[in-house]
Ligand binder design. Sequence first.
Ligand code: ZN
Length: 93
Amino acid sequence: MTDDTPETPTTLLDRAQQHATNIAAEYFPDLPVKATEWEVQHCERFTAPKWWLVCKGCGGRSARYRRSKTVRNPEQYCCSECGGSFRVEDDSH
Ligand SMILES: [Zn+2]
């Protein structure tokens, strides 16, 4: 009767797998909105950029992962290549 013994390696492995499944379900739900929020807060390095700053002058693109000052007020910044102004492309949907 080893099924109820928590110290067996098999049970611990099952628990670990269940734990991993729970984490995956929590952090990667089917709902895209929640997944997006989590990615932005905790995992931005591994996600596609949500915004692009696009230079009106030379067309240079700069990725932005957060709704930063640059995204909110692109007119306050200018392109380091040509000095042109930026427009913001929303790539979140
Ligand atoms: Zn430019």
